[in-house]
Design a protein around this ligand. Sequence first.
Ligand SMILES: CC(C)(COP(=O)(O)OP(=O)(O)OC[C@H]1O[C@@H](n2cnc3c(N)ncnc32)[C@H](O)[C@@H]1OP(=O)(O)O)[C@@H](O)C(=O)NCCC(=O)NCCS
Length: 146
Amino acid sequence: MAIVVRDARDSDLGALAELEAGVAGAAGWTRAQFAEDFGRPGRLVLAAESGGQVAGHAAARLSEGEAQLLTIAVRPELGRRGVGAALLAALSERARDAGCRAITFEVSERNAPARAFYVRAGARVVGRRPKFYNDGADALLMDITL
Ligand SMILES: CC(C)(COP(=O)(O)OP(=O)(O)OC[C@H]1O[C@@H](n2cnc3c(N)ncnc32)[C@H](O)[C@@H]1OP(=O)(O)O)[C@@H](O)C(=O)NCCC(=O)NCCS
């Protein structure tokens, strides 16, 4: 499957918001939240395109040498085809170019697929926030050294 990762643009807004709303485990960003980050310094919103469609996206804020990964989601029917890995690789490259030394993020301890995905990408657990999520799950604080 050919995957191209590029900066997200206004015409992607509907697809991005739809993905956030429809994918369990995504952060739930709204159209307005994405639009606010587009083109602003220190913000990165990437879209993965495949077959002319948005297959997934990732958003991060770059600050003080860190890229904080705020949301990443792949269309469920396109899972396990390398879309998430392509997004994370592109984000890593962009963050490194911007002088970041690490990608940091939180993940629910109950989100086993995402945890496996991050560990495969070289992430390690660096902390825990007890009962951070509405369902009572702890958040694992993780990072990837760039
Ligand atoms: C987590 C997510 C972004 C991964 O995207 P993806 O495109 O399916 O992942 P990839 O195909 O790039 O997977 C790369 C590797 O990660 C691991 N991995 C990915 N999904 C996995 C799963 N469900 N179970 C176990 N390992 C998994 C595998 O090692 C995989 O390589 P392999 O398929 O060759 O074995 C996607 O499942 C998703 O959108 N989840 C819902 C939203 C979410 O939870 N976001 C994270 C919030 S913190």
